[in-house]
Design a protein. Structure first.
Length: 94
């Protein structure tokens, strides 16, 4: 896979923002392609953001059934990667 297709977008929540600001070992969370693996994510982070990943953890978020105005639908699932960086390194999102 190409580096630009591995990482889809940053997954910004209150928890992920709090973990990214930790100066000891910052952790950044990204939504990634379903077929991406840890090595591809680490290479993509190095190519796109010019930082080295110490560790990469992957989690599959399952799809969920939701109701909106009395109709049943599905909220699609996705795969996310938590990328651990060295102390002092940061990723700046523009």
């Amino acid at each position: 896979m190409e580096q630009t297709t591995v990482i889809l977008n940053p997954h910004v929540t209150e928890k992920s923002a709090f973990r990214a600001e930790d100066s000891k070992n910052p952790v950044y969370t990204f939504k990634v392609a379903q077929r991406a693996n840890k090595d591809e994510v680490a290479r993509a982070v190095k190519a796109l953001f010019k930082v080295d990943a110490v560790k990469v953890a992957m989690v599959r978020v399952p799809s969920k059934k939701v109701m909106s105005r009395g109709k049943v639908g599905t909220k699609s699932g996705y795969k996310k990667a938590m990328v651990y960086l060295k102390a002092g390194e940061k990723i700046a999102f523009a």
